[in-house]
Ligand binder design. Structure first.
Ligand SMILES: Cc1cc2nc3c(=O)[nH]c(=O)nc-3n(C[C@H](O)[C@H](O)[C@H](O)COP(=O)(O)OP(=O)(O)OC[C@H]3O[C@@H](n4cnc5c(N)ncnc54)[C@H](O)[C@@H]3O)c2cc1C
Length: 244
């Protein structure tokens, strides 16, 4: 629900109050211009959620707008939720995140959603862009915990190629092609698959970021013979669309 009238938003917050966890901005850091890491703290003990990396959360970013984000780290017991925001300054979500400062109070919905790390997989391949840095971090953390390898492909603007090093995850950055979506990411995937000698049926793929780039990447996976059961996708944004 990217946008609803203000009065409906207010009614939802009071009727479904159990779905909204009040949180406070605990710490804020700016790893680089356009990138903001925020630690939210709240009491999640009353909710029956159990977070699996890959899942999403939602914030009310204005009286009428709601936007999704991905926990880079979530610890229900300690009441911690970390989010990495890409500040593209093109909408209310980005501007809300840019203004967040320590001590601010807001409400968090979730985590939830269908995309989640597949604990049976022997290898995790995560694809995305600047909006996926939190996803990469969350997946990398969980894969390390499970002692399972992972491979992250971040297709980002030329000016953001170093952002992969600002996140505690091994991220392979490629530049966005000026004309063709996912072009450089598909080439990197191709090379990587040539060197990957383990059973390919045990790889789990997670596709995030731009909706059209996801479509291209997914087509490439299916043309390589991967099954749809191996591929999870969650489009994060689409040109000209407000919230997804
Ligand atoms: C499940 C899910 C998880 C997400 N997780 C994260 C996350 O962890 N961190 C994060 O930073 N973002 C994340 N996003 C993306 C974020 O919600 C979008 O960038 C969202 O559009 C921001 O809202 P906005 O109000 O700033 O812009 P909107 O009002 O939604 O869009 C305004 C304009 O900006 C354009 N736009 C939106 N995103 C981008 C972009 N990345 N690059 C260029 N133009 C863009 C839109 O196409 C539109 O034209 C996630 C999205 C989803 C659906």
């Amino acid at each position: 629900m990217p946008s609803v009238p203000k009065w409906i938003g207010n009614v939802m917050e009071s009727v479904f109050s159990g779905s909204f966890t009040p949180v406070t901005v605990d710490t804020v850091s700016l790893p680089d211009e356009g990138l903001k890491q925020v630690r939210f703290k709240g009491n999640f003990s009353k909710s029956n959620i159990s977070f699996v990396p890959g899942q999403k959360i939602e914030f009310r970013v204005s009286d009428t707008d709601y936007r999704h984000y991905t926990p880079a780290y979530f610890n229900k017991e300690e009441g911690i939720c970390d989010v990495l925001f890409y500040l593209h300054d093109q909408g209310p979500g980005s501007r809300w995140a840019a203004a967040l400062k320590a001590g601010d109070e807001t409400k968090l919905m979730g985590p939830g959603g269908r995309m989640r790390l597949d604990r049976q997989a022997a290898m995790h391949v995560v694809y995305g862009d600047e909006t996926s840095l939190g996803l990469f971090q969350g997946m990398a953390h969980e894969a390390a915990h499970l002692k399972v390898p992972y491979f992250c492909i971040a297709e980002m603007d030329a000016a953001h190629q170093h952002w992969g090093h600002l996140v505690p995850a091994a991220i392979h950055a490629v530049e966005k092609h000026t004309a063709f979506k996912a072009y450089n990411a598909k080439n990197l995937l191709q090379q990587w698959l040539q060197d990957y000698k383990e059973p390919k049926e045990q790889i789990a793929f997670y596709l995030s970021g731009n909706a059209r780039a996801i479509q291209e990447f997914r087509k490439a996976l299916f043309s390589q013979g991967f099954k749809s059961s191996q591929v999870q996708a969650d489009p994060y944004w689409s040109e000209g669309k407000h919230g997804l």
